[in-house]
Structures are given as C-alpha cells and as structure tokens.
Design a protein around this ligand. Sequence first.
Ligand code: ADP
Ligand code: MG
Length: 556
Amino acid sequence: MREHYKALQRKIVLIMVAAAIVPLIILAAINYFEFQATFLREAQTPFRSIVAKTKNSFELFLAERSSTVSLIASIYGYDDLADKGTLRRIFLAMQREFAGFADLALIDEDGRIVNYVGPYYKELEGVDYSSQEWFHRVRSQNRYTSEVFSGFRHFPHVVIAVRHTTPDGQSWIVRATLDTTQFKKILAAMNLEPGSDAFLISRQGILQTDSAYYGKALEPVPLDLPAAGQEATVAESVDSRGRKILVSVAGIADTDFVLMAVKSTDAFLLNWLIVRLDLLLVFLFSCLCIYFVAARTVGRLIDRLHQSDQERERAMLQMEHSQKLSSIGRLAAGIAHEVNNPLAIINEKAGLLQDIVALEKEFPKRDMFEAQLASITAAVQRCKDITHRMLGFARRMDVKIEQLNVNDMVRETLTFLEKEALHRQVRIVLELDDSLPAVSCDRGQLQQVFLNVLTNALAAVPEGGRTTIRSFARGASFIAVSFEDNGVGMDEETRAHIFEPFFTTKGEEGTGLGMSIIYGIVKRHGGDIEVQSELGSGSTVTVILPIRQPGTGART
Ligand code: ADP
Ligand code: MG
C-alpha cells in the first residue's frame, strides 16, 4: 500500500519537475545562443572598425602619392624631366611634402632610364625595364602601383608609375618608388593589443610587410585567405600553430594590397567560458530549487492523501459494521415479534390445562401434571424474557429522556452488584469526576448499559480481582465512563464480534445479548462504546455519551 503512494509521489514530482524544467531549458538555450552571438559581436565589431579605418589610411596614403606622381608627369615636359637639375628640384620638393618617396625616375617608351634622382643611381645606370612586370602594366594602364618587390636594388619597395602621352603622340613614364617603412608606421598606429598582428599581403598571399607571427616580407603568409572585398570582414579561423583566431581582411582600392589583421580569441573564449559557467550554475541551482520545492509539496500532499484515505477506510469499516449490527437487530426483532404470538398461545393453553387440572377433583397423577405445567410456564416466561431483550436491542421500547448525572447512575448501578462483588472479594475502585455536567438519557437504559458492562467485568476477573470505574470529560461535548478490569481479557476474534447479538464465549452461561443491546442503546443516544483489551491482562470498556441531546448539534 505504502509503495503505491510512493510511486504516485514519484510520478507527480517527475511531472511537476518536467513542467518547470523544460521551459527553463528552453530559456537557458535561448540565453546561451544570445550571449554567444553578443560576445562574438562585441569581439568582432571594434576589430572590424579599426581594420576599416586603417584600410582608409592606406588608401589615402597611396592615392596622395599616386596623384603627386601623375601631376609631375603631366605638368612638366619631357625635356624638363630629362634635365638633371630640374628633376632633382622636383624630387626634393616631393620628399619635403610627402614622406616615403625613395627616388624618382624618367623612363622612355622603350623602358630605358633617361633620368634618375635617388640613392641607387649607380646600380640603375642605363638599366632596361622593358622586361619588368610593372613596366608592362603601366604601358597598358597608364597608372600603376606595384606590389612590394626587391627588383634591381635588392630592397623591398613599391613602384608608383604614371605614363603621360602628349597630344602629338610622344609619351614617357615617371616612376617613383616608396620604401615600406611608411606602411609599418600606418600599421603601428592601429595600436593592436598584444598577441595580435596586422600586415599587408598581396592578393596572392605574399606578405608585403613583416609580420610578428607569420613571416617576413615577401614570404607567403601561412593562413587561409578569406575573399577580400572593399569592406572589412571578420571571420573565425585557426592558424598554422593551432591558435584560434579572428581574421579581418580589407582590400585596398586600386591596388593589389590586402590589409590583414589577426587577433587571438583566447580572451574572448575565457570570458565566454565564465559566462557559460555562470549560466550553468544558475540553471543547476534553479533545477535544485524546483526539485526540492516539488518534492516537499508533493510529499506533504501525498501524506495527507494517505491519511485521509486511511480515515475513509476506517469510516467505511465502521459503517459496514454498524449496518451489519442494525440488520441483525431488525432480524432479531422480527423473530422476537413472531415468536411472541405462539408463546402467548402456549402460555394461555398451559393456563387452561392448569385450570382443568385444578377443577377436576379426581385427577390422576395431579402432582406430576402440575409440576410439568409449571415448568412449561417457566420456560415460556424465559422465552418472553429473551424476546423482550431482543426487542430492546432493536429499539422497540419506550424511552424517556432525562438530565442524568453519570456518577449517580454508576453508584446506583453498583448497589445491584455489591453483594456479588463482596462475595467474590472483588475490589471496586471509583474515580469519578464530580464536576461533570449532566447527560440526556433514558434512566432505565443507562442503568442497563452500566449494569451489563459491570456484569461482564465482574465475570472476567478472578476471585480477589479489581475493577476501576472512572468518569471524565472527553473533549468539550462528551462524557466518558470507563470500566477497567484486570480479568481474562479478549482475543482479537472476541474484540471483533463483541457487539454482535448471541456472540458469547461463556457457552451455556452467556446469552451474547448484553453488549449488542447496550451498543444499540448508546448509539441511539449519540454516543459510542470503545473496547481496549489484551488477552490475559484485562479489558477497558469505555462508554462515551454526548453532553447535549443528539439532534441539538452535539453530534453531526
Ligand atoms: P455474555 O456476557 O452473555 O457472554 P455479552 O454481549 O455481554 O454476552 O458479551 C459478549 C462477550 O464479550 C462475552 O462472552 C465475553 O467473551 C466478552 N466480554 C465482554 N466484556 C468482557 C470483559 N470485561 N472481559 C472479558 N471479556 C468480555
Ligand atoms: Mg454479558
């Protein structure tokens, strides 16, 4: 039985916990992904914007220099540019205004150097550029910014070349070179956090400036190259050393350069880990709370359910019991009623016979007849007694309700049995509470109740035994009178059937009607009888009566 409640409890707790935890899980999952997205955004956005800003710096830097070279190519004539003094003046002015120019040269249509200002004049004396990549590009595009290369001077540099064609068809090329130290300055201005790296690469993935982690200029960069558009983009990646990184790239307009910046995601991952841990802790704590609350509440509920189930079961049993008793009572009353008629006839006929015997003067064996008739009349009287009592059990007698003091009733009843008690040396102890209020009862019936209980107690105790009678208040609206004896006691069987009519353990001596009759009486008065007994150690029979009359609200 207990198992059934345990299983029920487990099931309800499970359902309650599931009902609370499923939304919690959904909420936690939503939180998790939201947080993750926010974190990623927070890590990416500033990174992307600094790359975009730097890309703009590069574009401005290169556009300025390219325009300067273009201006020089178009405002000076070929002869001016071919003049050593003029070109030197122009170059000095350029260097003054724009940092980064390393030299300046005039090159004719066939790729030969015509004039040159700069530190490499010895190495470049009479050099022929007609086979060089940049030369072909400028011839076809008119304006060209090269990648970084070493060229004839074995030093990384960038070429800016502009081709100018006069209206009469003569054309020449002005070429300036930039050293890459300016690039490094622009990159340094990004002020990236330690562990990060920024550098220029070509679209083919060749490093254009030195990188802190991924090689020197002109080496291929050992990273996957994301497609670089004009806009700065950020992507997650893993570098050749297995580090998790964020890579941002932005193509620099009108050139083959791509600005690339790399940032370790370690700090971001650590923060994210802490937040995840927090989320997990909150989640686990909530789960625990839900579980404890559900378990406690359901536990209490189930306990109460169990209790009320037990009470209901007890009430059902009691009802069954009293219903059984009342139907037996009705049966007994019916029999008693039916038996009374033939008994009356037998009595009458016996009386008639007695009269006949008395009137006849010469009646043979008169004494014998008279004796037999007397015993018939005695037997009939005995039968009448029994039917009378049976009718009493079934509430067929007139009652008169009075206000009675139970203590007086106990004392009155005792007078009937004092002699017998004295004879058998049974001690009767009275512990009566004199402050008790009166009860509403029929005098004769209450006397019958006490008499029956006391008779049974006296019958149960051995010679020299003891019976204690107590009266006391039971709650606010009941009075109890208990009869305790130290007699033979009852077994379970006897306790179960004690109120049934004709149930007796005394054989021929007993009728088994006493307890059944007084049970009916007490119940009718709105009271109850309790029996406590152990085989061999005595019994206590307690009669409980309401203080007010039943029907006036004392008992529902
Ligand atoms: P009877 O006294 O005629 O046997 P009752 O109805 O008065 O019938 O009692 C029924 C039975 O209940 C008794 O036979 C006896 O076994 C048991 N009984 C009643 N009161 C006591 C008691 N005080 N001690 C032991 N047994 C008792
Ligand atoms: Mg009896």
